[in-house]
Design a binder for this molecule. Structure first.
Ligand SMILES: [Zn+2]
Length: 96
């Protein structure tokens, strides 16, 4: 019985290793698309958010961090302005 359970454990370990390899492989793949949105932070105390950009915005080079659409929505609700070149409220389907 000990011998059999040892075999089972080894089989399970083999399965887990395969799953781990698969997970690592998917992590190595490049992202399929740019981030949904970017948030641009100011300099100085608190590095407060100053603007929200589309993920592929031409003007999003500096101090931008990828955020999800949900985070962008929350930022908008906190009156953080969207990039002038990007009608974020429209893109997110938010009523005025
Ligand atoms: Zn922008």
């Amino acid at each position: 019985m000990t011998h059999l359970s040892g075999k089972l454990v080894r089989a399970e370990r083999g399965l887990n290793a395969a799953e781990e390899r698969e997970a690592l492989g998917s992590q190595r793949r490049p992202p399929a698309e740019p981030p949904a949105r970017l948030i641009q932070r100011g300099i100085g105390a608190g590095r407060l958010p100053v603007s929200i950009h589309a993920g592929d915005c031409w003007d999003s080079r500096k101090r931008c961090t990828p955020i999800s659409t949900g985070q962008a929505r929350r930022a908008l609700a906190e009156r953080i302005p969207a990039c002038p070149d990007f009608r974020l409220d429209t893109a997110l389907g938010m009523p005025e």
